[in-house]
Design a protein around this ligand. Structure first.
Ligand SMILES: *Cc1c(COP(=O)(O)O)cnc(C)c1O
Length: 364
């Protein structure tokens, strides 16, 4: 496909930026956004960076009725010498197309999408905060915009990228959370859309999340949707356990979202020669490992928190305290290494970071 060039319309009245200490996840948006349209017959066209603004679309747009949409989430980081860099952005673009395939949304040109992310970040690079632990969250997404109430794939779409400066996830230091095993509701089932990053998966997770918060837990541990025996994810993160010296993570099975942080954790553990297996893990196995003292660590992984240690698991009347409720050594080492690479404080042996330069000149 021939590379399309991105039209740029710069905003004149720049917005006021929030102070680093006032940043709340996903509340403030930068000066510009990226938009590209899809029309059947014409394909994806008119890639543009424009001032951040409201959309005007028909209330009959299919996105409002049947939820045909996909999204991504990644971050830009400010390094100590003032550069701005992305973390494995090509993986997000690839995954966007995998999600597109599942939702019957026409594929995007991955090079163009990557270029759009880089140019948008370069244009609003003043919005990448520099205080410890802060970053610029990037949200690419696609919505179906055809005004039609019939149930069918849309013939019109919009691909949009918006960005939001975010504060440090761990203001008081990395802190283990309490998790409740979810026995009633499921997040996804094999054959469903669990593997795709699509809003519907989140809508269906809200009920369980609300109930667990009322009981004093921060997230739920999702079990598989068929037998409700095998562990899938924790909240909207992938999950890892250290059992008797070996790290175990649920194998990708069609209903688990293939996290980029998950993949990074796996690569790091292999690099360090720490035993790691991807396989099925049942909640019963975890319970038994806890009883015989071999459940040594548990943590979630995802772009927002990077690593979220699990200090306690609640399951059928049992409170399983893990590693005395403290952050484990592997959780800490993985967290320090991934964030070290993201902020340019540590070497990047895997070439995970991509530098963004002002004036949209990009060097790898
Ligand atoms: C996005 C997401 C993750 C984490 O993916 P990362 O690429 O690591 O951010 C895990 N589970 C679900 C359900 C997700 O939507």
């Amino acid at each position: 496909m021939e590379e399309q060039s991105i039209r740029v319309e710069e905003r004149q009245d720049k917005k006021e930026k929030p102070k680093s200490e006032d940043l709340i996840f996903g509340r403030n948006f930068t000066d510009h956004m990226f938009v590209m349209d899809y029309t059947e017959g014409l394909g994806w066209h008119n890639p543009s960076i424009i001032p951040y603004q409201n959309l005007s679309i028909s209330p009959a747009s299919m996105i409002f009725h049947y939820g045909q949409s996909v999204f991504e989430g990644l971050k830009a980081f400010r390094t100590e010498n003032g550069d701005v860099q992305l973390f494995r952005p090509e993986k997000n673009v690839q995954r966007l197309n995998q999600s597109n395939d599942r939702l019957v949304i026409p594929p995007i040109d991955e090079n163009l999408a990557l270029e759009a992310i880089k140019q948008l970040v370069a244009m609003d690079s003043d919005w990448v905060p520099s205080t410890e632990g802060t970053s610029l969250y990037i949200r690419p997404f696609i919505i179906s915009t055809e005004p039609y109430l019939g149930v069918a794939p849309s013939h019109y779409y919009k691909f949009i990228i918006i960005m939001s400066p975010v504060g440090s996830y761990y203001k008081e230091g990395i802190n283990p959370v309490k998790i409740a095993v979810e026995n009633q509701y499921v997040r996804a089932v094999k054959g469903g859309t669990g593997e795709a990053k699509t809003g519907g998966n989140y809508a269906s997770s809200l009920k369980a999340q609300e109930l667990c918060e009322k009981e004093g837990y921060s997230q739920v541990l999702w079990l598989d949707g068929v037998e409700k025996k095998y562990i899938e994810e924790v909240g909207s993160m992938n999950v890892f356990f250290k059992i008797n010296g070996e790290v175990v993570t649920p194998a990708l099975n069609g209903s688990i979202l293939p996290g980029i942080t998950r993949d990074s954790v796996i690569q790091l553990l292999k690099h360090w020669d720490i035993p790691l297996v991807e396989r099925r893990v049942s909640i019963k196995e975890l319970y038994e490992a806890h009883q015989n003292g071999t459940l040594e660590e548990a943590f979630g992984s995802g772009t927002a928190a990077v690593i979220s240690p699990i200090g306690e698991l609640y399951w059928e009347g049992h409170h399983l305290v893990i590693n005395e409720g403290k952050t484990g050594d592997i959780s800490k080492k993985v967290y320090d290494t991934i964030t070290g690479i993201q902020y340019g404080k540590m070497e990047d042996p895997f070439d995970w970071t991509v530098k963004v330069e002002k004036n949209s000149k990009v060097r790898q």
